[in-house]
Design a protein around this ligand. Structure first.
Ligand SMILES: [Fe+2]
Ligand SMILES: [Fe+2]
Ligand SMILES: [Fe+2]
Length: 681
């Protein structure tokens, strides 16, 4: 009961007055009393706040007006109604009292019914006021709640719109044929422009290789020093690898807090969104987007980032498929070239022992064509078609083809059929086959018209036939055949030079002389009989050691000139693979260089093994050496398969592997195995 009754504060310096007042009011109200202004203020400001104050005007130390003004200036007590108790003398000061904030006056000495009526009336009025104020503030709250809600909806609507625009812009990029680096650039720029996303236009793209490792294939906005082109992300430790394993977008507000993280971008720290690129249940890679350190995601961020990852996955997958198609086309081309070569080798096999003749003579032909001003495509076509020049020998009897001695007239007449037979075999519209046919038919024609099968002369003989004639004869002269020894270079060149204007086109002979150093380098690299450790290079190496990744150094020498030239050529191809990767030259260029390296490594390994076998190196040492060669060949083949699977992931890691293998093999195994042979020289 008491708890619900109103609390009155009675203020008077006269104790008797206080007794009378409280005696009149205590039955209906709770009462507190104060004997002066300061005490009144202290009680009014304390708990609980009185519901009404009866305040004497004349008091020592602080009068009622001052107390009232203080009460009205304090927000805690401002709304407590104050009734002044006044003697007759103060009646004229009523105005001042109202000014100070009082609501009423009761004259002293008090008339009890008047006092009760006034107090009751003021309490009721105050209660009404309080109620009205409460309703008003409740209404205010409702209004502000509605306003807040409206603002939130507006923000959400705007963010949704910005999300749609950003996703559209990213999807539109798919229509352009760009590199992964450019796609990454577009995505980062679009996302940076979304204000609430708070990301930087900096990031990295990783794709998974066949082993599931993440390989960095593109980056944007990071310093050149932080550009480990196509480097691997360390499994497990990297934030990106965590996103790959967990298969969901992850956010890290500070990379420096992630132990073992490899994305440390520069001196400043950064936050990072790691978005796995998922299709079906496979993770194709991870897109890492950097943000300012401590930037916090908003409500929409995670769903939006998942949408970005979806669209980007499509984009990357499409590019990957296109690139895989390009590589497949290249593989088909390479397979075709290999078949053409094998076809030439097959015909030749019945004639001489190894298959390197066609490789040598076709490269001679290419070099000569280039010196004579042919464009790259024509040179390449001549090189590819030249191996088919003797395909017609398939139609010549073994008895004639393998006869060690001189042919009879009749046998020679049969032999002269091989260009015609070759022409018949190479029937077709394909440019390569057409060129092969032209060479097969005319490589035995002579400039002065004394050749066969058609006795063409001068420029009646197709250009390719004139070039291949010199290349073919030079190789036949300078290599060992069943019926003859290899001629010394001087003797062979004398015959070629003497043939200018008779057997050969004089311009082709001049070009051949000019290209001789290069031709001799080819001869050395593709030598088919066992290398003699004592042979020195017939010409200074044609290699420039300028600004290449792995320049040749004399300390790499194993002491055998020709093997050194082989190794120099292997480094050459490794440099070309490196350059293609480093310049992001496109996967087809990388694959081409890698395939060429693979092909030449095989040729070199065989030559080295022949050399070792010929010099009493048979047995365990040769066997171990051979095993090393084979394991590298296997690695190269697997790399080729990797490129076929996902062309983008083949990168710097691969190039470094090639370099490390070559150096450790050349400087250790080769030097050891070949040192003894070098001593023989
Ligand atoms: Fe021939
Ligand atoms: Fe070797
Ligand atoms: Fe070697």
């Amino acid at each position: 009961m008491m708890g619900n009754t109103e609390l009155l504060l009675l203020v008077d310096d006269d104790v008797d007055n206080l007794k009378i007042l409280s005696g009149l009011l205590k039955r209906e109200y709770r009462i507190k009393v104060a004997r002066g202004g300061r005490e009144a203020l202290r009680l009014a400001e304390g708990e609980p706040t009185p519901d009404l104050i009866l305040l004497d005007v004349i008091m020592p130390e602080m009068d009622g007006y001052t107390v009232c003004e203080r009460l009205k200036s304090n927000p805690r007590t401002r709304d407590v109604p104050v009734i002044f108790l006044t003697g007759k003398t103060e009646a004229e000061d009523e105005a001042r009292g109202f000014q100070a904030g009082a609501v009423d006056y009761v004259a002293k000495p008090v008339n009890p019914p008047v006092l009760w009526a006034r107090v009751k009336a003021q309490l009721a009025l105050a209660a009404q006021l309080r109620h009205a104020r409460e309703e008003l503030s409740e209404a205010d709250h409702r209004i502000s709640r509605v306003t807040d809600e409206r603002d939130r909806i507006e923000i959400r609507r705007r963010r949704l719109y910005e999300q749609q625009q950003a996703l559209l812009a990213i999807a539109r990029a798919a229509l352009l044929d760009l590199s992964l680096e450019n796609y990454l650039g577009i995505v980062l720029e679009v996302l940076e422009a979304v204000p609430w996303l708070k990301v930087d236009a900096r990031g990295m793209l990783f794709l998974t290789n066949r082993k599931g490792e993440l390989i960095q294939v593109a980056q944007r906005g990071l310093g050149e020093a932080q550009r480990p082109a196509r480097a691997k992300a360390l499994a497990g430790s990297c934030v990106c690898d965590r996103a790959r394993v967990e298969m969901k977008p992850l956010f890290f507000s500070r990379l420096s807090d992630c132990l073992g993280n490899r994305l440390q971008v520069d001196a400043d720290d950064a936050g990072c969104h790691a978005l796995p690129l998922i299709e079906g249940n496979r993770v194709y890679g991870v897109l890492a987007i950097l943000s300012p350190p401590e930037a916090q995601p908003v409500e929409e961020t995670s769903q939006f980032m998942a949408d970005v990852a979806d669209i980007f996955t499509n984009l990357v997958r499409r590019r990957q498929m296109e690139e895989t198609m390009r590589i497949s086309r290249l593989e088909v081309q390479m397979a075709r070239n290999e078949i053409v070569q094998k076809l030439g080798v097959a015909a030749e096999f019945r004639d001489v022992e190894t298959g390197l003749h066609v490789l040598r003579m076709s490269q001679y032909a290419r070099v000569v064509a280039r010196v004579l001003g042919c464009d790259e495509a024509t040179c390449a076509l001549i090189e590819l078609a030249a191996p088919m020049h003797d395909v017609g020998k398939i139609g010549i009897e073994d008895r004639i083809l393998r006869k060690p001695g001189k042919l009879t007239d009749e046998e020679f007449a049969a032999m002269k059929q091989h260009p015609i037979i070759g022409g018949r075999i190479l029937e077709g519209d394909d440019p390569l086959i057409r060129m092969g046919r032209e060479i097969a038919l005319t490589h035995h024609e002579k400039w002065d018209g004394s050749g066969y099968p058609n006795g063409l002369s001068g420029e009646e003989i197709p250009f390719s036939g004139r070039v291949c004639a010199v290349a073919d004869v030079f190789d036949a002269l300078t290599t060992k055949r069943p019926y003859k020894e290899a001629w010394p270079l001087e003797k062979a060149m004398a015959l070629i030079v003497d043939g200018a204007g008779k057997a050969f086109d004089p311009k082709v002979v001049a070009a051949f002389q000019k290209a001789l150093p290069e031709i001799l380098a080819i001869k050395v690299r593709y030598q088919d009989d066992a290398i003699n450790p004592g042979d020195v290079l017939p010409a200074p190496s044609a290699h420039a050691n300028g600004n290449v990744w792995l320049p040749w150094r004399d300390s790499y020498s194993v002491g055998i000139d020709i093997i050194d030239e082989h190794h120099r050529y292997l480094l050459d191809w490794t440099n070309r693979v490196y350059q293609a990767v480093h310049e992001s030259a496109g996967t087809v260029e990388i694959a081409k260089a890698l395939f060429a390296l693979e092909q030449y490594a095989r040729i070199h390994f065989r030559a080295e093994e022949r050399l070792m076998a010929a010099h009493d190196h048979a047995g365990l040492e040769l066997e171990q050496h051979r095993r090393q060669h084979r394991s590298f060949e296997t690695e190269l083949r697997e790399l080729r398969e990797e490129i076929g699977h996902n062309p983008f992931v083949v990168g710097m890691g691969m190039v470094e592997y090639l370099r490390d293998w070559l150096f450790s093999h050349i400087l250790d195994t080769d030097k050891q195995s070949l040192a003894k042979l070098a001593d023989l020289a």
